[in-house]
Design a protein around this ligand. Structure first.
Ligand SMILES: [Zn+2]
Length: 305
């Protein structure tokens, strides 16, 4: 397919849609706050409205990357965090297909970001990639032979729940303690800083303080990066990717320490597998969703409608 297609990004704070050309170039883009507190129907209406604005110029199915775990068999949300109340159980693919009169292909937002980066970003021309997204939480996606690995329940690649050193006192988003996400995420940075200093702040603020020379913040950011980098080195041996990409708002802060630990821990057989910053930024999900829309049905994601 050579005509532009529409990709949609449904997140807990913002919803975006873009018209994406065949080379992965964003030709037009819309973004609004997600009306998360107004419930799933309002979120769906918002996403459909943005997509409809661009559909006159867009061909074929619409691609969607959404927060939450997507059931690959139904296109419904299996699980979602409190950032989108009521989102779990929502039949997003069917509901958007009805609203738009187009087939809808859907996947998790981190999976979409990985597809986007492998199409037009840091993973361009690579067919085997592990991507981790370090934001408020820690997500992951595995691209194998050019396709996102969905697993049995649409949740493959979730690296956040590996056991991690120094995370014993930190609570993971899943409710347990000692997981990688509990230390290597914005929430983890904030929690570790609160434990060390008694000061409550955001992960971004901890990263900013580290950059400004706050010694406690710097140690916390470096430790989080080191733990992440060592975990990624082990995962390289498991998954055998061509490259590992680090995306998300906290990626820049964690990458220096992560790169050092990654290089130190990488088994010799994989010494040439690079750890790279993702390059598409806020466009990664809409670009990857468009990529999903361009592909033949039922390969990278589920087609509905
Ligand atoms: Zn966990």
């Amino acid at each position: 397919m050579t005509a532009p297609v529409v990709g949609v990004d449904i997140g807990g704070t913002k919803t975006a849609a873009a018209l994406v050309g065949p080379g992965g170039t964003v030709l037009d883009r819309r973004e609004v706050p997600t009306p998360a507190r107004s419930g799933p129907d309002a979120v769906l209406d918002t996403a459909a409205g943005l997509a409809a604005d661009l559909l006159d110029a867009g061909a074929g199915p619409v691609g969607v990357g959404t927060a939450g775990a997507v059931d690959p068999a139904t296109g419904s949300i299996r699980y979602a965090t409190d950032s989108l109340p009521g989102w779990a159980g929502t039949p997003v693919a069917d509901a958007l297909s009805v609203r738009l009169g187009r087939a809808v292909r859907i996947t998790n937002d981190v999976n979409a970001a990985a597809l986007g980066e492998c199409w037009a970003g840091a993973g361009r021309d690579r067919r085997h990639v592990l991507l981790v997204a370090v934001g408020t939480g820690l997500g992951g996606a595995i691209v194998r032979d050019g396709r996102v690995e969905t697993g049995a329940r649409g949740a493959a690649g979730e690296v956040g729940h590996l056991p991690a050193p120094d995370a014993e006192r930190l609570r993971c988003g899943c409710g347990r303690y000692g997981h990688l996400e509990a230390i290597a995420s914005g929430t983890g940075l904030a929690a570790a800083y609160a434990l060390a200093t008694g000061t409550r702040t955001t992960g971004r603020a901890v990263a900013d303080r580290a950059a400004a020379g706050d010694e406690v913040a710097r140690q916390i950011v470096d430790r989080a990066g080191s733990v992440l980098g060592a975990a990624l080195a082990g995962l390289v041996a498991l998954l055998d990717p061509e490259a590992v990409l680090v995306a998300g708002g906290a990626a820049g802060a964690l990458l220096p320490a992560a790169s050092a630990a990654y290089s130190a821990e990488l088994p010799a057989g994989w010494a040439d597998v690079p750890l790279l910053p993702a390059t598409l930024g806020a466009d990664a999900v809409v670009v990857g969703a468009a990529r999903l829309a361009m592909d033949p049905p039922d390969i990278d994601g589920r087609t509905r409608g």
